[in-house]
Design a protein around this ligand. Structure first.
Ligand code: F0G
Length: 445
């Protein structure tokens, strides 16, 4: 199935369109972010085709991203023609998204207080570079090549750089990574070095590194692969696609993510808006975004903790002045983000507008959890034989809190996304050596 697509400003009052090969990430007219918009409606009979494609014939059918290619066909290819797939679609030999699907984890269910049949967790750490980023990197690097870019650029709290580095090395492209010096887990940093990226150390936090990286990406032949890039969002739509496919396209009540720059929230929202508009789903799950207490910008703004205003999508005109005032207040009072979960140590979520749209469409919610709660969440996942990092522990901690507060009801069906695998070996060692921790198993002497 061939598609035609263009870029569209997310502000419905603007509606500016850009060609699909544009490197634009923000609307020139109004400054809002952009969406990929598809002109044709993919038929629901594709559900059966996606299922049959798994592990058959070619890497594009094995891939957990590209087997859904009709739903993200911005390359405008004839999707059944595998020679066209191999000419355009970038893949790590079909491995991106291939191993990730929802699992039941009984000890997590007991901990959060939902029946084991009702809770599923999807470990995106099973991606080749160890996090969900590979889903969106496959699509972003595909588009980078469509634009003729030779160098991909990102700022990162670690996982984006590992993923970008892996894809760049595979595609023989250059990769520059802007990192907040001293604030990245060594396990992630070492991956980026290993894949031959050019590291640029920034004296500041992720938000500072991000600003620098965007300036650099303006240069001819360069291309940003952070999640403000609408093509990152396209690949990340396949995270909910795989969850929904596992549930035979029966929609859960909740999808729960940790919140950082809000790329995941945005992509989940976009996938649900499209599936609903295309008639693929009849019900809309609620998205719950879980912030770290030490990096809780969305939580504070969404829940009216700043200037008593609850920030909302507001038909495409969110109060971005309120957001700017919040950032000023953060800067003036030296309230930079601070959490041990460095992956989500982000104070200025670049996708905030798209995140608000997702929350609005799904009638979702935003809560915050402490570092201690995230560590318990991470650790109880481990007891089920699955591996996840501290930021992903936010998903478990957040579900527990929402169940305790009776926002998630105990007969609700919940899918939680575990965004990355453990890359900080000292965290579990320290956790288990402290007998005061809930799930600690200290060593015997
Ligand atoms: N979980 C993990 C493991 C992450 O690495 C990130 C983001 C998030 C959650 C937050 O996701 O931005 O979509 O809300 N890591 C980025 C990085 C920023 O550079 O690796 P989001």
């Amino acid at each position: 199935m061939k598609q035609s697509a263009h870029l569209l400003c997310i502000n419905p009052k603007c509606g500016q369109i850009y060609p699909i090969v544009s490197r634009q990430i923000k609307c020139e007219k109004c400054g809002h972010l952009l969406d990929v918009e598809y002109k044709e409606k993919p038929p629901t009979k594709l559900k059966e085709i996606f299922y049959q494609r798994r592990s058959r014939d070619s890497i594009y059918n094995e891939s957990g991203v590209w087997r859904f290619r009709e739903l993200l066909n911005f390359a405008e290819i004839e999707t059944e023609e595998l020679d066209q797939c191999s000419k355009f679609l970038v893949s790590l030999d079909g491995a991106e998204g291939r191993q990730s699907k929802p699992y039941h984890m009984s000890k997590v269910s007991n901990f959060v207080g939902i029946g084991n049949n009702n809770l599923m967790l999807q470990p995106e750490g099973y991606n080749p570079s160890g996090s969900f980023k590979d889903n969106g990197m496959a699509s972003a690097v595909t588009h980078a090549k469509m634009t003729g870019a030779k160098k991909i650029i990102c700022a990162s709290t670690g996982n984006t750089s590992a993923s970008a580095g892996m894809f760049a090395a595979n595609e023989n492209m250059e990769c520059d990574v802007y990192i907040p010096d001293g604030q990245i887990a060594p396990g992630k940093l070492s991956q980026a070095y290993q894949f031959g990226t050019q590291m640029i150390k920034v004296n500041g936090n992720f938000d500072d590194a991000f600003t620098k990286s965007l300036d650099a990406a303006n240069e001819e032949g360069s291309y940003t692969v952070n999640s403000v890039n609408p093509f990152r969002i396209e690949g990340q739509k396949t995270i909910p696609f795989r969850a929904l496919e596992f549930l035979e396209w029966e929609v859960p009540d909740w999808i729960v993510y940790p919140g950082g720059a809000l790329g995941n929230t945005s992509s989940c929202g976009k996938s649900l808006i499209e599936l609903y508009n295309w008639g693929w789903i009849k019900k809309i799950p609620k998205i719950a975004v879980i912030n770290a207490e030490g990096a809780n910008t969305l939580h504070n703004l969404y829940n009216g903790e700043f200037e008593n205003e609850e920030l909302r999508w507001n038909g495409g005109s969110p109060n971005l002045e309120l957001v700017d005032r919040y950032y000023d207040y953060m800067n003036k009072n030296n309230l930079g983000p601070k959490t041990k979960a460095t992956a989500i140590q982000i104070g200025k979520p670049a996708n905030i507008a798209k995140g608000l749209r997702a929350l609005e469409f799904t009638n979702g919610c935003v809560i915050q959890v402490s570092d201690k709660e995230m560590l318990d969440g991470m650790s109880v996942v481990g007891l089920n034989g699955f591996d996840c990092e501290m930021a992903s522990g936010a998903t478990v901690a957040g579900i527990k809190k929402l169940v305790d507060d009776e926002i998630i009801k105990n007969d609700d069906i919940v899918v939680g996304i575990l965004t990355g695998r453990q890359k900080e070996p000292l965290l579990p060692i320290d956790y288990h050596n402290d007998p005061a921790n809930k799930f600690a198993k200290p060593p015997r002497i």
